[in-house]
Ligand binder design. Structure first.
Ligand SMILES: NC(=O)c1ccc[n+]([C@@H]2O[C@H](COP(=O)([O-])OP(=O)(O)OC[C@H]3O[C@@H](n4cnc5c(N)ncnc54)[C@H](O)[C@@H]3O)[C@@H](O)[C@H]2O)c1
Length: 422
């Protein structure tokens, strides 16, 4: 049994981590209000919670919020490369929250941490990509009966959990936090859009203006990234498999074409699909010398790195931080960023706090809902209740000093009626 109190890189990094956590907190006013209320009402008294999330300053503030609500929390990473080691140190030292995460940990340690978190016997869990719940359903089945519910933060995780539900194998209630409008409309679009650009620029320092940037996937993340790359002067090309999304991209003014065609002209490629081998062997063969390839989708499967490795006569690791050079047998060079893992978290700091304010307030309130409704939820994937979304949006608007109109009684009546026409 893996029982660990914490496993982090270096506790002496705590000072820098604390500054980061406090800096992020300033841009998380909605979460602060939730924290204040939780502190008074203690909705998580006697509740053990385990979170498998990117260990960032924003996540640290979510952990503090849950703890303020009375929960005993434990945190591990949802990606081996996304941990901010100083934040992990500060959570342990300054906030008394056990963390099991080290940036760059290998797969074996990654899963050792996940197992240790489940051995802590949590009754509420949080995932970003469904690795913890997947482990619960394979190696910790007997504990699943004790779980009141779980929150899922990202598109890929929700897809995996819905597949589990469809196979009638889901053993716990799940809240699809990703599918809340207060999450994906903002975090996936504006958060991923900006932080993916940030990660690419920090890794490469390239100028985007004038470059042919190929964006695979025109979902929430793809839309956000494409629009921002275009805003910086790039000529953006979209690849899609969905007719409607492709049409939307075309009418938004982007060039749309299959990857085989785009592969020949792209200077920079970014996958944001949640799919596998979107950039494959056949595409590498067609790419220009010096093409840069990266991913901002959840798992490192969107680019076929195995095929790239096979095609390379020579691989030079780290020609810059987060940049590996693959010299193909044909003589052309391809640069892979962040080992194909989410570039915004590997090379940059993930989403800005202001957007995570909404995602994590939705997470915290969804967790409260699960605890309040214990025993009443079935083993299903649930949408976050609309009143939670509305509450988060209302508080965010208020924090931004934005007022909106209210329906007059006449308008309310009109919108509910069918009698009045031309
Ligand atoms: N980097 C981050 O911080 C971050 C944040 C949120 C979500 N994500 C992840 O990003 C991925 C995308 O999330 P989303 O919310 O945009 O999902 P989405 O479902 O809104 O969009 C994905 C799009 O990719 C398209 N697609 C699928 N296979 C494709 C292929 N082979 N070629 C081209 N297009 C293809 C789909 O048709 C869809 O339009 C997921 O893995 C999600 O978990 C990452």
């Amino acid at each position: 049994m893996d029982i660990m109190k914490h496993d982090i890189k270096d506790i002496n990094l705590a000072k820098g981590g604390k500054k980061r956590i406090e800096w992020a907190a300033k841009d998380m006013p909605v979460l602060s209000l939730v924290k204040e209320r939780f502190n008074k009402q203690k909705p998580f008294k006697n509740i053990k919670m385990a979170a498998c999330l990117h260990v960032t300053a924003e996540t640290a503030n979510l952990m503090r919020t849950l703890k303020a609500g009375g929960a005993e929390v434990m945190l591990c990473a949802s990606n081996p490369l996304s941990t901010q080691d100083d934040v992990a140190a500060s959570l342990v030292k300054d906030f008394g929250i056990p963390v099991l995460a080290i940036c760059g940990e290998n797969k074996e340690i990654y899963y050792k941490h996940l197992r240790a978190v489940l051995n802590f016997k949590p009754v509420v869990t949080m995932d970003d990509g469904a690795d913890l719940i997947s482990l619960l359903h394979s190696k910790f089945k007997s504990w699943a009966l004790n779980i009141l519910g779980s929150m899922e933060e990202t598109t890929t995780g929700v897809i995996r959990l819905r597949a589990l539900e469809k196979d009638k194998k889901l053993m716990i209630p799940v809240m699809a936090v990703n599918d809340a409008k207060t999450k994906n409309l903002f975090d996936n679009r504006y958060g991923t859009g900006q932080s993916t650009i940030d990660g690419i620029i920090r890794a490469t320092d390239i100028l985007l203006a004038g470059k042919n940037v190929v964006v695979a996937g025109y979902g929430w993340c793809g839309r956000g990234f494409a629009r921002r790359a275009q805003g910086m002067g790039a000529k953006v090309i979209i690849t899609e498999i969905d007719e409607i999304k492709a049409l939307e991209a075309a009418m938004d003014g982007f060039e749309v074409m299959p990857m085989r065609q785009a592969a020949k002209i792209g200077d920079l490629f970014c996958t944001l699909t949640g799919d596998i081998n979107v950039i494959d062997k056949e595409h590498f063969k067609l790419m220009k010398d010096g093409a840069i390839v990266c991913n901002s989708g959840h798992f490192d499967v969107e680019i076929n790195i195995k095929a790239l490795k096979k095609m390379a006569g020579k691989v030079r690791k780290n020609v810059r931080n987060y940049v590996d050079e693959y010299i193909l047998k044909s003589g052309r060079t391809i640069y892979l960023l962040g080992e194909g893992r989410l570039i915004n978290l590997a090379a940059a700091e993930g989403h800005p706090a202001s957007v995570m304010d909404m995602s994590f307030s939705t997470q915290a309130l969804a967790a409260e809902y699960v605890v309040k409704n214990q025993g009443k939820l079935g083993n299903k994937v649930y949408n976050v209740p609309e009143n939670i979304e509305k509450q988060v949006a209302k508080l965010k608007l208020r924090s931004m000093g934005i007022g909106i109109d209210k329906l007059t009684p006449e308008q309310e009546k009109y919108l509910k009626s069918w009698e009045i026409g031309t």
